[in-house]
Design a protein around this ligand. Structure first.
Ligand SMILES: [Zn+2]
Length: 227
């Protein structure tokens, strides 16, 4: 019986609603008011080791509920935390907009930073893309999430690509999801690159660069937690 229960628990949160806060381990609710309040703090400006052409912001430092909630999502498959984290990102976007850090255009596109291979394999898809979709949904009809980027350690067959796209395609480990992906919808309006954690800034820098190759100007980077 114990092993059956363990199997059900391991199978994820579709069946079992956790009653331990994913941000602080307090029993009683999956996401406690204290952690929700902490993640509602105003964003902080990061100074990544790798210089970015745009400002990078985090909802907070990678510790406390920021760290624990992301570990819960990635290591313990707490998919139920994607919604509160996505909503927290949405609040961050609103604050950055008020501060004038994101241009006030007709549309805003959130682009999730590309999936690491380890998380790509996980059940239910990439958590960062899921958070980005939650955030976009929260922000209304003029905001969308466009899952444009993936990582790869090889260059895709570049037959059929024009020279500009070909160079972009071969330039590094980050590329458009499909060589034929049309980044068009993101080439106008404001664009924010979103991610869960920013450490060195390498992923963000390469993402911004690759997007620029394809005519997409990123105006800000926003992550849940900055190292
Ligand atoms: Zn909590």
């Amino acid at each position: 019986m114990a092993s059956l229960l363990a199997t059900i628990l391991r199978s994820g949160t579709d069946l079992v609603v956790p009653t331990i806060c994913g941000g602080c381990d307090t029993p009683g609710s999956p996401w406690c008011p204290d952690c929700a309040a902490t993640l509602a703090d105003t964003p902080i400006r990061l100074e990544p080791r790798i210089e970015l052409p745009v400002d990078a912001w985090a909802l907070g430092r990678y510790r406390g509920p920021y760290r624990r909630s992301l570990v819960s999502v990635k290591e313990h498959d707490r998919r139920d935390l994607i919604a509160p984290l996505g909503r927290a990102l949405a609040r961050g976007v609103i604050t950055l907009g008020h501060w004038g850090e994101i241009p006030d255009g007709h549309t805003l596109t959130l682009i999730p930073a590309p999936t690491r291979r380890s998380s790509a394999r996980r059940r239910g898809g990439d958590p960062v893309a899921s958070m980005s979709r939650v955030a976009a949904g929260r922000l209304g009809p003029r905001v969308r999430s466009l899952d444009l980027l993936v990582t790869s350690s090889w260059a895709r067959d570049s037959v059929g690509l024009d020279a500009r796209r070909r160079v972009g395609n071969l330039s590094g480990a980050i590329r458009l999801r499909y060589p034929w992906t049309d980044p068009g919808p993101a080439t106008s309006g404001a664009v924010v690159l979103v991610d869960d954690i920013l450490t060195t800034g390498a992923t963000s820098a390469e993402s911004v660069r690759v997007l620029a190759w394809h005519g997409v100007t990123v105006h800000a980077v926003l992550v849940v937690a900055g190292a």
